[in-house]
Design a protein around this ligand. Sequence first.
Ligand code: NAD
Length: 482
Amino acid sequence: VSRVIPVDTFDLVIFGGTGDLARRKILPGLFRRFCAGQMPEDARVIGAARAEMSADEYRSFVADAIREFGGGKSCDDGTLEAFQARLEYVTVDAMGDDGWPEMVKLMDGRDVVRAYYFSVAPSLFGDLASRLHKWELTNDQTRIVVEKPFGRDLVTAKALNASLAEHFDESQIYRIDHYLGKETVQNLMAVRFGNMLFEPLWNSQYVDHIQITVAETVGVGGRGDYYDRSGAMRDMVQNHLMQLLCLIAMEPPSKFDPDAVRDEKLKVIRALDPVAPHHVVRGQYDASGDGPGYREAVEDPRSRTESYVAMKVGISNWRWAGTPFYLRTGKRLVTRSSEISVVFKELNHSIFGEKQDHRNTLSIRLQPNEGITLNVTIKEPGPGGMRLVDVPLDMTFAEALGEDAEDPPDAYERLIMDVIRGNQTLFMRGDEVEAAWAWTDPIIAGWEARGDVPKPYESGSSGPGDAVQMLARDTRVWREVK
Ligand code: NAD
């Protein structure tokens, strides 16, 4: 049985179609959807960027990107050729009128879904929006897709929102957070709201605390210049970790409808407590290990930008008051691993005598090996008496669902198809982004006012020791990053 849900035919224009993100994610993702049979007969993908290039040159450029960054199981050279036939290219300048008449010609007379993917620097978002309008390139099925970073604080995010709102309705704007496109993240909602088992326990009465970890092994690499002006708080916490926190903490929406879901997420962000300075640990990786230290990588020996942040976050609402959320993310850590763990409370009485620290933990793994594990306590097999042992009930999809789950669409593929379908559930609404900045801004302003210097941590470690102490003060421990 095919699980590929057909979509309406479309023109997807990628502004920045020659850029790094297009090469690594967007184009290979579209190709995999093509291979899966999800791209209608006359759908087109149109690269639009500053480089002078013919459509044929772009077709070769895209084929190279796909060979480098991967097709899928059902892709071969024949399919690649067929995909190339769907590609067009226009040389266009977002800041001037060059190339726009050609774009108009290319789009003329096609009454199909028009998705414009702004895979360019955010400083060009406003220019693109107004030129699309000026050249009348929009129809009633027009959507625009924008990438992070969506602002660097509340003021800039508001300005970006305003520049888009001048020409587009909120219902046409798709702000990508690729974490929301991950299979497991969506499954988190299925697990919470599709089972009787979890939701009654999903509150401060039964949940001791929640941990969200996004650990990377890579350093800042070639993005030093951008990253040093951003840091882990802006680059990861304000968007990705915040979105994960929202999905974990939100009230059940009345239906699985984009605005119902996003309304509930917004309420979570608005209920976040301000974060006290001693509830945040900032870190910066040092020069140990085989790569340059952070300060070398960004070529600033005095940089105070954090490549790691850990924090204790409270949510002041009926459901969560008293249950801390511990968030941490960083670069050059021991392993690449992203996980959300819901750690339930200990039983208030054990009938088995000995004091045993057994507690249920539900772990949602985003990478590697997307899946969900529930730790339960059972009797240790054998004649040794009633000894308890914790075992994982592993709900890894590849095993449970077989073939279908083995090659699931990646986050970008899924999200792009949602854009074509016109489903905004997994995209951030403007007010959510602004609320997240409103919470983040004072934390960052506090560091700046105090001249806070991040704690150095060893490259390849699990981050600064202060983060461990922060949990130890609460008699808790971080889950092992592995
Ligand atoms: P890039 O520098 O590799 O590519 C930029 C693209 O924009 C090029 O195709 C270039 O031709 C085009 N461009 C630049 N100025 C233009 C103009 N005036 N008119 C028309 N086109 C113009 O950038 P990237 O890494 O592909 O990133 C694109 C966007 O996605 C950025 O907003 C970035 O922050 C965001 N992003 C990138 C990544 C990533 O992994 N690369 C991840 C998340 C978000």
